[in-house]
Write a new protein. Structure first.
Length: 107
């Protein structure tokens, strides 16, 4: 029964926008969370606050980075690791060259 009540309170008919109630709907989304806008008895869009959207996108981005890291680690082979000195020699650079470079910000 709770899921039915939850579904009813989380849905909004699109006609409410046509009646000029957008401001009230947006305020309700900010206060009480996401709402599903229904059009012709079908879900048309989901309204969420900007903060919730940013949080959701951060979670998705973190998941994608974790997935990529896990994939890379599945191919990790200790025998293929080379030292920093070997990499510098391979690239034709020195530790001094790296010291004189601008800082790079990594995310």
């Amino acid at each position: 029964m709770e899921s039915i009540v939850n579904a009813i309170t989380k849905t909004i008919p699109i006609s409410m926008f046509n009646r000029g109630l957008a401001g009230k709907i947006f305020s309700d989304v900010k206060t009480n969370g996401p709402k599903v806008v229904m059009k012709n008895n079908a879900a048309e869009v989901v309204l969420i606050s900007p903060a919730e959207y940013i949080e959701m996108m951060n979670i998705i981005n973190d998941y994608l980075l974790l997935s990529k890291a896990a994939d890379r680690m599945s191919h990790y082979d200790q025998k293929t690791i080379i030292s920093e000195e070997e990499m510098e020699k391979h690239l034709g650079i020195s530790a001094d060259d790296l010291e004189n470079c601008e800082e790079v910000e990594l995310e």
